[in-house]
Design a protein around this ligand. Structure first.
Ligand code: LLP
Length: 420
């Protein structure tokens, strides 16, 4: 469910016509729906009713201050992977004490800052990192709360670039080594063991891998208890998939039911790190058709060159990600044909969609759907293209939550050398 709907033939974000947003803020432009984010957060939270839980939104999916602030107001915690994301959370009004810090390569300065603001937990991904966090914490005279991210070796059945729970992935520590590492951590003065963490991948559409992972991690928690190591929380990561095209992802309710019996009766808090499922379909990328270009006669390809490109939305180029591309104004009389929807960047991989049936004219506005997660977050300024504006709609109110970058922004901090 989202709040992007046609009204009188024009696609709206809640009560605002996307054509009016394009007029006011230009294109390309990301548009988010506050009501959609609120709804997804509530549905996810309500699905977990009866399970002691904390939701730590994965900031990497969309770290816009407007989005983070909205989620903080809803009561969300946050999953971060860098000090940059931590500062964003703090600036947006998020509570550092509800922050978990994931990632395989945390730097000393990042660990220091996280300890200074008092985050909830470090999700530690290697023995070397345990030692590093211990040393920093001891130097600062504090104990760092930690979980070990274990790799349960389950196949998440998703795109290989976003599967993370297999032995051969760089993430986490092998579950068979975890007990030894926990025993080591228990003896480190600068650490306080809090939890066990896992995250097996993203855009998961099957429930079985989640259940397998939780079963394996619960067995580990029992073995740790036998050794006298008490675990307070199990962080199951994020990864619940959404529908881009014809996927049938489980609902948050089904996702919760899948593991409810496994954790029932245990004195264990569950931490969730959802990203995509909270914000994915709460955003669209608005773009305008610049040029229509027939391809070579025998190639039977026709190109619609739009003003958004792979630098604005990388998912199609990087993962062959499929996003629906729809007209902002429903065409009544024009005949549709099949188009390659491409950007102006000098790469063959610069496309937003292949073989799309659309009735197009130069100047038409298009909305690339389901672009709220890993959209702007992965945008770059490749080809010296300033990153797009981001706008949040809330009912009939429109807020620019990030101004369009300027070419001057792109050159900030650079200089031409004064060669004699
Ligand atoms: N927790 C950890 C430790 C993660 O690595 C991730 C995502 C999440 C939580 C959130 O996962 P989600 O609920 O959003 O699936 N750029 C890719 C997705 C990369 C996901 C990386 N990790 C894409 O556009 O599909």
């Amino acid at each position: 469910m989202d709040h992007f709907e046609y009204r009188d033939g024009v696609l709206h974000a809640e009560d605002v016509a996307l054509s009016a947003i394009a007029e006011r803020f230009g294109t390309p432009c990301y548009v988010y729906s506050a009501a959609t984010i609120r709804r997804h957060y509530r549905v996810f939270d309500e699905a977990l009713a009866g399970i002691d839980h904390d939701i730590c939104y994965a900031v990497k999916a969309n770290g816009n201050l407007g989005v983070l602030g909205l989620l903080a107001d809803l009561g969300s915690g946050f999953d971060i992977v860098s000090v940059g994301e931590l500062e964003r959370v703090i600036t947006a009004g998020g509570d550092p004490a509800r922050v978990v810090f994931s990632g395989v390569g945390k730097r000393v300065d990042e660990i220091e800052r996280a300890l200074e603001v008092g985050i909830a937990c470090f999700n530690v991904e290697s023995e070397a990192e345990l030692e590093r966090i211990d040393a920093v914490a001891q130097r600062m005279g504090v104990r760092a709360p930690i979980s070990l991210r274990v790799n349960p070796d389950v196949d998440a059945q998703t795109h290989p670039y976003i599967a993370t729970g297999l032995k051969e992935n760089k993430f986490g520590v092998d579950i068979t080594r975890a007990e030894t590492l926990y025993a080591r951590a228990a003896g480190m003065e600068g650490l306080a063991i809090r939890g066990v963490d896992c995250h097996i991948g993203s855009q998961l559409t099957q429930l079985a891998p989640f259940r397998d992972a939780v079963e394996r991690v619960l067995a580990l928690i029992d073995r740790l208890a036998d050794q006298g190591i008490a675990i307070q929380h199990l962080d199951v990561g994020g990864g619940l998939g959404i529908r881009y095209r014809d996927e049938q992802p489980p609902s948050p309710a089904a996702y919760a039911e899948n593991i409810r019996d496994l954790v029932a009766g245990r004195d264990l808090k569950l931490v969730f790190e959802p990203g995509r499922v909270l914000v994915g379909n709460a955003g669209v990328l608005l773009t305008r058709v610049e040029v229509l270009k027939p391809g070579a006669e025998d190639a039977d390809k026709h190109f619609a060159i739009v003003d958004a490109a792979m630098n604005d939305l990388l998912r199609p180029a990087l993962y062959d990600g499929w996003h629906a591309i729809v007209p902002v104004a429903e065409a009544s009389d024009t005949v549709s044909r099949t188009w390659e929807i491409v950007g102006p960047i000098c790469e063959t991989g610069d496309f937003l969609g292949h073989d799309r049936d659309l009735a197009l004219q130069t100047g038409d506005l298009l909305a690339v759907r389901t672009a709220g997660a890993y959209g702007f977050a992965m945008a770059s300024s490749y080809n010296a293209r300033p990153r797009p504006a981001e706008v949040m709609v809330d009912g009939d109110a429109v807020h620019e939550v990030r101004a369009r970058e300027t070419v001057a922004d792109l050159m900030r901090g650079e200089q031409r050398l004064p060669f004699a």
